[in-house]
Design a protein around this ligand. Structure first.
Ligand SMILES: Cc1ncc(C[n+]2csc(CCOP(=O)(O)OP(=O)(O)O)c2C)c(N)n1
Ligand SMILES: CC(=O)[C@@H](O)[C@H](O)COP(=O)(O)O
Ligand SMILES: [Mg+2]
Length: 621
């Protein structure tokens, strides 16, 4: 076993070239076996095994820096940097992260998780290096999907004038999570399938002549006897920007990759190395269905079937059915995704209404302003997006949607803790950042029925910007006996008592009800309110509750600052009645990876902790 020789960083450099292929195969087996047990990002990692080995052989880490875009493909890098033994705890609480983390290893040069940041971060490293007269290589590894994100172009534009070396490896597997789409993907596909390939040395020469010192390198290359069959095709887009281009290179040929990376190292300026890989390579199920195995829960290796399928429909699938039903009746309804049709539940919509479906690439900022334009033009756009990715579009929501009061519906999935993806992906800020924007309305459904009704309300009754936020995973199917009509800024009272009132937001209604039952068993009278609207809050009801309750408790899956509880308590503190107010929310902090149950318990948002907190405050009243 060659993988047994890989224990410490740098061990890969002790192998002989004939061992590289065997190592790649063993890493693939290791990844398939481990991820089948822990879950994780399988397909992307299987695609970059040789590329990662080549990068580790061509560069000198940690002096040289590799920046992994998104970072979901960094598992082989983790194996080669002494973290093989930590894979049993991958993405688990207290275990190894699924993304690069500077505080996990000094071989991780930059923390990532959100897409299209690697070229900016890499260029920052390059300029920092040059300002300080240091000497090391910087390599940003970006996927073809991530190259659909606007930040990548802002960075390329900036990098084009660079006079010192900066390597951008474009890992092109023709896939985002789903099939990659749009002009960039067409361009890459043209390059990959072009039959006008020219000889490696000739084309490389074209690239090199343009850069300082290039002609010397060309003469050196011309003298080599080594007839590399690799093809290098000058590329219009990058080269006309002043960025050298090498490729396309077979991303599963370690030795060719090493040779090309070594050439790239000698270029004075930014250079793109276009590497073609296969997502899911080496595991038939993932090769056939790379989207399914992009991020996968524990599965059976033989069949590829996920082991613990959710029993109830997820919120994403409830949303999926609801939007399709509404769009059947109303031809103005259209749906937008930023490269996440599967995750957000828009795949069915894309098949039923292809003319009204828009996958804009990994471009949340553009998606938001695009939605604003569609609304201004008379359509009813629904932008379905994960909470943490919407953080990107703060200014577009404010500047393009809300100032003009445009009727854009934000269907915010993965709102609240998402678990294993960790701090970059927790959707715990949306209530705060959306609440601060004038003209925005925020609605959080307590269960599946209310998500359907909420969407209907947002599209048929409401006019203006509105966000519906719901969590990852199975939808709550309780509380079907409570179906009060949705009215703007009105909460729903589930149990009316006196003494303590719990006001819960969305998914927290279920938890609030469990706490209510516990407190009732102790002889306390507890009202339970489904807040529904986080903005505007139901001021009238909060005032009423303040008059006949001695303690108001707010419950939300969002950070404390700027959240629902803060707004309610502020309002209560402004009244003369002043009942005690207890805000139960997530801490104002980044929350690491782990199961949602563990993370909630850690944050004191589980039935036992909430009961204890309420009892302790109630005792003081
Ligand atoms: C801002 C942002 N939006 C969406 C995502 C979700 N996401 C994670 S990976 C991915 C696809 C990336 O495709 P690519 O860069 O080609 O990598 P591959 O998995 O194909 O190697 C997407 C859309 C994200 N991480 N960040
Ligand atoms: C890396 C990334 O951003 C996505 O792949 C994310 O991990 C998807 O998470 P879900 O499983 O919640 O769709
Ligand atoms: Mg890709």
């Amino acid at each position: 076993m060659i993988l047994e020789k890989i224990n410490k960083p740098g061990d890969v450099k002790k192998l002989s070239p004939i061992e590289y292929n065997q190592l790649a195969e063993e890493i693939r087996d290791f990844l398939i076996n481990h991820i089948s047990k822990t879950g994780g990002h399988l397909a992307s990692n299987l695609g970059v095994v040789e590329l990662t080995i080549a990068l580790h052989l061509a560069f000198d880490l940690p002096k040289d820096k590799i920046i992994w875009d998104v970072g979901h493909q960094s598992y082989t890098h983790k194996i080669l940097t002494g973290r093989k033994d930590q894979f049993d705890g991958l993405r688990k609480f207290g275990g190894m992260s699924g993304f690069p983390k500077r505080n996990e290893s000094n071989y991780d040069a930059f923390d990532t998780g959100h897409s299209s940041t690697s070229i900016s971060a890499g260029l920052g490293y390059v300029c920092s290096r040059d300002c300080q007269g240091q000497n090391y290589s910087v390599v940003s590894v970006i996927g073809d999907g991530a190259l659909t994100g606007g930040m990548a172009y802002e960075a390329l534009n900036n990098a084009s004038s660079l006079k010192t070396n900066f390597i951008i490896v474009l890992n092109d597997n023709a896939m985002s999570i789903s099939k990659n789409i749009g002009g960039v993907s067409y361009m890459l596909s043209d390059i990959r399938s072009s039959d006008s390939y020219i000889d490696f040395k000739e084309n490389l020469a074209n690239s090199l002549y343009k850069i300082p010192g290039g002609s010397r390198m060309v003469s050196a290359l011309k003298k080599t006897k080594n007839n590399l069959k690799q093809i290098i095709l000058p590329n219009q887009l990058f080269e006309s920007m002043g960025i050298a281009y090498l490729g396309p290179v077979n991303g599963h040929d370690t030795e060719k990759l090493i040779k090309t990376l070594k050439v790239a190292k000698r270029i004075n300026g930014a250079v793109i190395v276009h590497v073609v890989t296969q997502k899911g390579r080496g595991y038939k199920q993932a090769e056939r269905n790379p989207s399914k195995f992009h991020g996968i829960a524990p599965f059976d290796v033989k069949t590829g079937n996920v082991l613990n399928k959710p029993k109830n429909p997820t919120y994403s699938s409830v949303f999926s059915d609801a939007i399709c039903r509404l769009a059947k009746k109303d031809k103005k309804i259209c749906a937008i995704t930023a490269a996440m049709p599967d995750g957000t539940g828009l795949t069915k919509f894309s098949k039923w209404f292809p003319d009204r479906f828009f996958d804009v690439g990994i471009a949340e900022e553009h998606a938001t302003t695009f939605a604003a334009g569609m609304a201004a033009g008379g359509m009813k756009p629904v932008f379905a997006v994960y909470s943490s990715f919407l953080q990107r579009a703060y200014d577009q929501i404010l500047h393009d949607v809300c100032i003009q009061q445009l009727h854009v519906v934000f269907a915010i999935d993965r709102a609240g803790l998402v678990g294993a993806d960790g701090e970059t992906h927790q959707g715990i800020f949306d209530l705060s950042f959306l609440s601060s924007i004038p003209n925005m309305t925020i609605f959080a459904p307590k269960n599946d029925w209310e998500l359907k009704e909420g969407l209907k309300f947002a599209l048929e009754e409401h006019d203006g910007p509105i966000a519906l936020r719901y969590p990852r995973g199975e939808a709550c199917t309780d509380f079907h006996e409570f179906k009060e009509e949705i009215v703007l800024a009105k909460s729903e009272i589930l149990y009316k008592e006196k003494d303590i009132a719990i006001l819960a937001v969305g998914s927290m209604v279920k938890l609030g009800d469990e706490v209510r039952k516990r407190l009732k068993a102790r002889g306390l009278n507890v009202s339970l309110v489904n807040a529904r609207f986080v903005k505007p809050i139901d001021e009238k009801l909060i005032l009423e509750l303040s008059m006949n309750h001695s303690l108001i408790v707010t419950l939300e899956e969002n950070v404390a600052s700027g959240g629902f509880g803060r707004a309610v308590c502020q309002m209560i503190n402004d009244t003369k009645l002043k009942p005690r107010c207890l805000e139960i929310s997530l801490p104002d902090d980044y929350i690491e990876h782990g199961s949602v149950d563990i993370l909630m318990k850690e944050a004191g948002i589980d039935v036992d902790s909430i009961e204890e907190r309420i009892l302790s405050v109630h005792k003081e009243i």
